[in-house]
Design a protein around this ligand. Structure first.
Ligand code: BTN
Length: 337
Protein backbone atom coordinates (compact mmCIF):
# COMPACT_ATOMS: atom_id res chain seq x y z
CA UNK A 1 0.00 0.00 0.00
CA UNK A 2 1.45 3.38 -1.00
CA UNK A 3 -1.40 5.77 -0.13
CA UNK A 4 -0.59 6.73 3.46
CA UNK A 5 3.11 7.37 3.12
CA UNK A 6 4.39 10.94 3.14
CA UNK A 7 7.10 10.55 0.51
CA UNK A 8 8.32 14.14 0.86
CA UNK A 9 9.36 13.40 4.44
CA UNK A 10 11.47 10.44 3.24
CA UNK A 11 13.41 12.41 0.62
CA UNK A 12 16.16 13.73 2.97
CA UNK A 13 16.98 10.14 4.03
CA UNK A 14 16.82 8.89 0.41
CA UNK A 15 19.21 11.66 -0.70
CA UNK A 16 21.71 10.58 1.97
CA UNK A 17 21.51 6.94 0.89
CA UNK A 18 21.48 7.66 -2.85
CA UNK A 19 25.27 7.14 -3.13
CA UNK A 20 24.85 3.41 -2.41
CA UNK A 21 27.44 3.59 0.40
CA UNK A 22 26.95 2.21 3.92
CA UNK A 23 25.68 4.82 6.43
CA UNK A 24 25.38 4.13 10.14
CA UNK A 25 22.01 4.66 11.80
CA UNK A 26 23.74 7.07 14.16
CA UNK A 27 25.21 9.27 11.40
CA UNK A 28 21.93 9.27 9.47
CA UNK A 29 20.05 10.28 12.62
CA UNK A 30 22.58 13.01 13.45
CA UNK A 31 22.43 14.49 9.91
CA UNK A 32 18.63 14.36 9.80
CA UNK A 33 18.24 15.55 13.41
CA UNK A 34 16.16 12.52 14.46
CA UNK A 35 16.69 9.46 16.66
CA UNK A 36 18.05 6.13 15.37
CA UNK A 37 14.62 4.61 15.93
CA UNK A 38 13.07 7.28 13.74
CA UNK A 39 15.67 6.49 11.04
CA UNK A 40 14.83 2.82 11.27
CA UNK A 41 11.09 3.55 10.92
CA UNK A 42 11.76 5.61 7.81
CA UNK A 43 13.99 2.90 6.35
CA UNK A 44 11.12 0.42 6.67
CA UNK A 45 8.97 2.65 4.47
CA UNK A 46 11.44 2.71 1.56
CA UNK A 47 10.21 -0.71 0.53
CA UNK A 48 6.96 0.90 -0.71
CA UNK A 49 9.06 2.83 -3.23
CA UNK A 50 10.71 -0.34 -4.51
CA UNK A 51 13.98 0.61 -2.78
CA UNK A 52 15.80 -2.33 -1.26
CA UNK A 53 17.81 -1.52 1.88
CA UNK A 54 20.64 -3.78 2.93
CA UNK A 55 21.37 -3.83 6.63
CA UNK A 56 25.14 -4.32 7.06
CA UNK A 57 25.75 -5.89 10.45
CA UNK A 58 27.55 -3.56 12.85
CA UNK A 59 28.01 -0.88 10.16
CA UNK A 60 24.67 0.50 9.04
CA UNK A 61 22.47 0.61 5.98
CA UNK A 62 22.89 0.96 2.24
CA UNK A 63 20.65 0.96 -0.80
CA UNK A 64 21.11 -1.96 -3.15
CA UNK A 65 21.27 0.42 -6.13
CA UNK A 66 22.66 3.95 -6.49
CA UNK A 67 20.03 6.59 -7.18
CA UNK A 68 20.28 9.59 -9.45
CA UNK A 69 17.74 11.78 -7.63
CA UNK A 70 16.30 14.86 -9.36
CA UNK A 71 17.26 18.19 -7.82
CA UNK A 72 14.48 20.69 -8.64
CA UNK A 73 16.69 23.67 -7.66
CA UNK A 74 19.37 22.51 -10.14
CA UNK A 75 16.73 22.11 -12.86
CA UNK A 76 15.43 25.63 -12.13
CA UNK A 77 18.92 27.13 -12.33
CA UNK A 78 19.93 25.36 -15.52
CA UNK A 79 16.71 25.78 -17.48
CA UNK A 80 16.73 28.87 -19.69
CA UNK A 81 12.98 28.94 -20.00
CA UNK A 82 12.52 28.82 -16.20
CA UNK A 83 15.30 31.38 -15.54
CA UNK A 84 13.62 33.76 -18.01
CA UNK A 85 10.38 33.40 -16.05
CA UNK A 86 8.54 31.86 -19.02
CA UNK A 87 7.65 28.67 -17.20
CA UNK A 88 6.64 27.68 -13.68
CA UNK A 89 7.91 24.28 -12.46
CA UNK A 90 6.35 22.11 -9.77
CA UNK A 91 8.24 19.00 -8.66
CA UNK A 92 6.80 16.13 -6.66
CA UNK A 93 8.50 13.21 -5.01
CA UNK A 94 5.31 11.23 -5.64
CA UNK A 95 2.07 11.94 -7.49
CA UNK A 96 -0.61 9.80 -9.13
CA UNK A 97 0.08 11.23 -12.60
CA UNK A 98 1.87 14.43 -13.63
CA UNK A 99 -0.59 14.75 -16.54
CA UNK A 100 -3.59 14.44 -14.19
CA UNK A 101 -2.09 16.93 -11.73
CA UNK A 102 -1.16 19.50 -14.35
CA UNK A 103 -4.54 19.21 -16.11
CA UNK A 104 -6.30 20.02 -12.82
CA UNK A 105 -3.80 22.74 -11.89
CA UNK A 106 -4.28 24.53 -15.23
CA UNK A 107 -7.92 25.13 -14.31
CA UNK A 108 -6.71 27.62 -11.66
CA UNK A 109 -3.30 28.64 -13.06
CA UNK A 110 -2.78 31.94 -14.93
CA UNK A 111 -3.98 31.71 -18.52
CA UNK A 112 -1.40 31.22 -21.29
CA UNK A 113 1.52 30.86 -18.83
CA UNK A 114 3.54 27.69 -19.38
CA UNK A 115 3.58 25.24 -16.48
CA UNK A 116 5.54 22.04 -15.99
CA UNK A 117 5.36 19.26 -13.46
CA UNK A 118 7.86 16.49 -12.70
CA UNK A 119 7.78 13.55 -10.31
CA UNK A 120 10.16 10.91 -9.02
CA UNK A 121 7.36 8.38 -8.82
CA UNK A 122 3.87 8.07 -10.33
CA UNK A 123 1.37 5.81 -8.62
CA UNK A 124 -1.05 5.92 -11.59
CA UNK A 125 1.03 6.99 -14.59
CA UNK A 126 -1.13 7.25 -17.70
CA UNK A 127 -0.20 5.85 -21.10
CA UNK A 128 -1.93 6.19 -24.45
CA UNK A 129 -5.20 4.39 -25.15
CA UNK A 130 -6.04 4.01 -21.44
CA UNK A 131 -2.91 2.01 -20.65
CA UNK A 132 -0.83 2.29 -17.51
CA UNK A 133 2.64 3.91 -17.70
CA UNK A 134 4.97 2.02 -15.39
CA UNK A 135 6.65 4.72 -13.28
CA UNK A 136 9.01 3.38 -10.60
CA UNK A 137 10.78 5.71 -8.16
CA UNK A 138 13.91 7.64 -9.26
CA UNK A 139 14.27 5.48 -12.33
CA UNK A 140 12.93 7.34 -15.34
CA UNK A 141 11.74 10.78 -16.38
CA UNK A 142 8.12 11.78 -15.88
CA UNK A 143 7.36 15.25 -17.19
CA UNK A 144 4.21 17.17 -18.13
CA UNK A 145 4.08 20.64 -19.67
CA UNK A 146 1.05 22.66 -20.59
CA UNK A 147 -0.97 25.84 -20.61
CA UNK A 148 -4.54 27.02 -20.67
CA UNK A 149 -6.16 29.66 -22.88
CA UNK A 150 -9.61 31.18 -23.03
CA UNK A 151 -9.88 31.50 -26.79
CA UNK A 152 -9.56 27.86 -27.82
CA UNK A 153 -6.65 25.64 -28.77
CA UNK A 154 -6.06 26.14 -32.45
CA UNK A 155 -3.32 25.15 -34.88
CA UNK A 156 -2.19 22.10 -32.91
CA UNK A 157 -2.53 19.43 -35.65
CA UNK A 158 0.51 17.16 -35.60
CA UNK A 159 1.74 18.56 -32.27
CA UNK A 160 2.31 15.12 -30.77
CA UNK A 161 4.58 14.20 -33.70
CA UNK A 162 6.55 17.43 -33.29
CA UNK A 163 6.99 16.63 -29.57
CA UNK A 164 8.48 13.27 -30.62
CA UNK A 165 10.93 15.09 -32.89
CA UNK A 166 12.02 17.40 -30.06
CA UNK A 167 12.40 14.45 -27.72
CA UNK A 168 14.72 12.72 -30.21
CA UNK A 169 16.58 16.03 -30.75
CA UNK A 170 17.05 16.30 -26.97
CA UNK A 171 18.53 12.77 -26.86
CA UNK A 172 20.85 13.55 -29.77
CA UNK A 173 22.14 16.61 -27.88
CA UNK A 174 23.67 14.03 -25.48
CA UNK A 175 25.09 11.90 -28.28
CA UNK A 176 22.24 9.40 -28.05
CA UNK A 177 21.72 8.61 -31.72
CA UNK A 178 19.60 5.92 -33.34
CA UNK A 179 16.22 6.70 -31.73
CA UNK A 180 13.33 6.44 -34.21
CA UNK A 181 9.68 7.51 -34.17
CA UNK A 182 6.74 5.18 -34.55
CA UNK A 183 3.63 7.10 -35.59
CA UNK A 184 2.10 8.91 -33.88
CA UNK A 185 4.72 9.41 -31.21
CA UNK A 186 6.41 6.38 -29.69
CA UNK A 187 10.17 6.72 -29.41
CA UNK A 188 11.93 3.45 -30.25
CA UNK A 189 15.51 2.27 -30.15
CA UNK A 190 16.21 -0.86 -32.18
CA UNK A 191 12.47 -1.53 -32.27
CA UNK A 192 12.00 -1.33 -28.48
CA UNK A 193 10.07 1.40 -26.68
CA UNK A 194 12.32 4.00 -25.08
CA UNK A 195 9.84 6.82 -24.47
CA UNK A 196 6.18 7.71 -24.86
CA UNK A 197 4.15 10.87 -25.26
CA UNK A 198 0.59 11.48 -24.07
CA UNK A 199 -1.18 14.68 -25.09
CA UNK A 200 -4.41 15.51 -23.30
CA UNK A 201 -6.69 18.44 -24.04
CA UNK A 202 -9.70 19.46 -22.03
CA UNK A 203 -12.37 22.10 -21.88
CA UNK A 204 -14.26 23.84 -24.63
CA UNK A 205 -12.03 23.76 -27.68
CA UNK A 206 -13.36 27.14 -28.80
CA UNK A 207 -13.31 28.67 -25.32
CA UNK A 208 -11.53 27.98 -22.00
CA UNK A 209 -9.33 24.99 -22.64
CA UNK A 210 -6.04 23.46 -21.64
CA UNK A 211 -3.31 21.40 -23.21
CA UNK A 212 -1.07 18.94 -21.34
CA UNK A 213 1.91 17.29 -23.02
CA UNK A 214 3.22 14.33 -21.01
CA UNK A 215 6.54 12.63 -21.62
CA UNK A 216 7.82 9.43 -20.09
CA UNK A 217 11.43 8.49 -20.87
CA UNK A 218 12.91 5.23 -19.62
CA UNK A 219 16.24 6.16 -18.02
CA UNK A 220 17.24 3.41 -15.58
CA UNK A 221 14.28 1.09 -15.25
CA UNK A 222 14.19 -0.70 -11.89
CA UNK A 223 13.88 -4.49 -11.79
CA UNK A 224 10.49 -4.18 -10.13
CA UNK A 225 9.24 -1.75 -12.81
CA UNK A 226 10.56 -3.94 -15.62
CA UNK A 227 8.47 -6.89 -14.47
CA UNK A 228 5.19 -5.06 -15.05
CA UNK A 229 5.82 -3.78 -18.59
CA UNK A 230 3.87 -5.70 -21.24
CA UNK A 231 5.77 -4.65 -24.36
CA UNK A 232 9.33 -4.70 -25.69
CA UNK A 233 11.14 -1.83 -23.94
CA UNK A 234 14.57 -0.40 -23.45
CA UNK A 235 16.04 2.32 -21.21
CA UNK A 236 18.76 4.93 -21.70
CA UNK A 237 21.22 3.06 -19.51
CA UNK A 238 21.06 0.14 -22.00
CA UNK A 239 21.12 2.46 -25.03
CA UNK A 240 24.19 4.34 -23.74
CA UNK A 241 25.94 1.05 -23.08
CA UNK A 242 25.10 -0.03 -26.64
CA UNK A 243 26.50 3.27 -27.99
CA UNK A 244 29.42 3.19 -25.57
CA UNK A 245 28.74 6.70 -24.27
CA UNK A 246 28.15 8.04 -20.74
CA UNK A 247 24.60 7.97 -19.38
CA UNK A 248 23.33 11.57 -19.00
CA UNK A 249 22.21 12.66 -15.53
CA UNK A 250 18.45 12.83 -15.12
CA UNK A 251 18.57 16.55 -14.18
CA UNK A 252 20.46 17.44 -17.36
CA UNK A 253 18.08 15.49 -19.56
CA UNK A 254 15.08 16.97 -17.77
CA UNK A 255 16.35 20.53 -18.35
CA UNK A 256 16.95 19.86 -22.05
CA UNK A 257 13.49 18.35 -22.43
CA UNK A 258 11.79 21.20 -20.57
CA UNK A 259 13.55 23.86 -22.64
CA UNK A 260 12.95 22.14 -25.98
CA UNK A 261 9.30 21.25 -25.40
CA UNK A 262 8.54 24.67 -23.89
CA UNK A 263 10.13 26.31 -26.96
CA UNK A 264 8.02 24.09 -29.19
CA UNK A 265 4.80 24.95 -27.34
CA UNK A 266 5.56 28.68 -27.64
CA UNK A 267 6.21 28.46 -31.40
CA UNK A 268 3.89 25.73 -32.58
CA UNK A 269 0.58 27.59 -33.05
CA UNK A 270 2.43 29.98 -35.42
CA UNK A 271 4.59 27.37 -37.19
CA UNK A 272 2.55 24.19 -37.35
CA UNK A 273 3.71 20.71 -38.34
CA UNK A 274 5.02 21.63 -41.81
CA UNK A 275 8.30 22.80 -40.16
CA UNK A 276 8.75 19.35 -38.58
CA UNK A 277 7.61 17.08 -41.39
CA UNK A 278 11.01 16.56 -43.04
CA UNK A 279 12.72 15.75 -39.75
CA UNK A 280 9.89 13.45 -38.70
CA UNK A 281 10.28 11.57 -42.01
CA UNK A 282 14.01 11.15 -41.37
CA UNK A 283 13.18 9.54 -38.03
CA UNK A 284 10.20 7.46 -39.25
CA UNK A 285 10.69 3.88 -38.02
CA UNK A 286 8.15 2.44 -40.49
CA UNK A 287 8.73 4.33 -43.73
CA UNK A 288 8.78 1.90 -46.67
CA UNK A 289 8.21 -1.03 -44.31
CA UNK A 290 5.32 -3.48 -44.09
CA UNK A 291 2.88 -2.45 -41.35
CA UNK A 292 -0.46 -3.54 -39.99
CA UNK A 293 -2.77 -0.76 -38.89
CA UNK A 294 -5.26 -1.64 -36.17
CA UNK A 295 -8.54 0.24 -36.19
CA UNK A 296 -10.62 -1.28 -33.42
CA UNK A 297 -11.20 -4.88 -34.55
CA UNK A 298 -10.16 -4.08 -38.11
CA UNK A 299 -6.66 -4.75 -39.50
CA UNK A 300 -5.40 -2.96 -42.58
CA UNK A 301 -2.13 -4.05 -44.09
CA UNK A 302 0.12 -1.93 -46.25
CA UNK A 303 3.42 -0.12 -46.45
CA UNK A 304 4.29 2.90 -44.29
CA UNK A 305 4.38 5.96 -46.51
CA UNK A 306 5.25 8.73 -44.02
CA UNK A 307 2.93 11.52 -42.89
CA UNK A 308 1.14 14.44 -44.54
CA UNK A 309 1.46 18.15 -43.67
CA UNK A 310 -1.01 17.77 -40.80
CA UNK A 311 0.83 14.76 -39.32
CA UNK A 312 -1.73 12.16 -40.53
CA UNK A 313 -0.28 8.69 -41.26
CA UNK A 314 -0.14 7.57 -44.90
CA UNK A 315 -0.54 3.88 -45.60
CA UNK A 316 -0.03 2.54 -49.09
CA UNK A 317 -2.46 -0.34 -49.65
CA UNK A 318 -3.69 -2.39 -52.61
CA UNK A 319 -6.60 0.05 -52.91
CA UNK A 320 -4.44 3.18 -52.87
CA UNK A 321 -2.93 5.45 -50.23
CA UNK A 322 -5.10 5.78 -47.11
CA UNK A 323 -4.83 8.59 -44.52
CA UNK A 324 -5.24 8.06 -40.77
CA UNK A 325 -5.59 10.74 -38.10
CA UNK A 326 -4.72 9.15 -34.77
CA UNK A 327 -7.39 8.52 -32.17
CA UNK A 328 -7.78 4.79 -31.67
CA UNK A 329 -5.45 3.80 -34.50
CA UNK A 330 -2.29 1.86 -33.69
CA UNK A 331 0.49 0.32 -35.75
CA UNK A 332 2.34 -2.98 -35.72
CA UNK A 333 5.48 -3.82 -37.60
CA UNK A 334 5.00 -6.41 -40.37
CA UNK A 335 1.83 -8.00 -41.73
CA UNK A 336 0.34 -9.59 -38.61
CA UNK A 337 -2.14 -12.43 -39.09
C1 BTN B 1 2.46 6.17 -24.05
O1 BTN B 1 1.62 5.34 -23.74
O2 BTN B 1 3.33 5.92 -24.90
C2 BTN B 1 2.47 7.54 -23.40
C3 BTN B 1 3.17 7.53 -22.09
C4 BTN B 1 3.24 8.88 -21.42
C5 BTN B 1 3.77 8.78 -20.01
C6 BTN B 1 3.98 10.12 -19.39
S1 BTN B 1 4.91 10.02 -17.89
C7 BTN B 1 4.56 11.69 -17.54
C8 BTN B 1 3.12 11.94 -17.94
N1 BTN B 1 2.22 11.63 -16.87
C9 BTN B 1 1.45 10.58 -17.14
O3 BTN B 1 0.61 10.09 -16.36
N2 BTN B 1 1.73 10.11 -18.37
C10 BTN B 1 2.74 10.91 -19.02
Amino acid sequence: MTENIDYDSLMPLIRLLADGEVHSGESLGATLGVSRTAVWKQLKKLDALGLEVDSVKGSGYRLLRNLDILAPEVIRNLSKVISRGDLELLSFSSIDSTNRWLGDHLKIAPLSRLHACTAEFQTAGRGRRGRQWVSPFASNLYLSLGYSVNDGLLGLDGLSLAVGVELVNALEAFGITGARLKWPNDVLYKGKKLAGILIEVSGDLTGLSSLVVGLGVNHTMSTEGAQSIDQAWIDLSQVCQDLNIPLPKRDDLMVTLIDRIAGLLQQYPKQGFAEYRARWSQLDAYRGRPVTLLLGEKKIIGTGCGVDDGGAFLLQTESGTLTFHGGEVSLRSGHAA
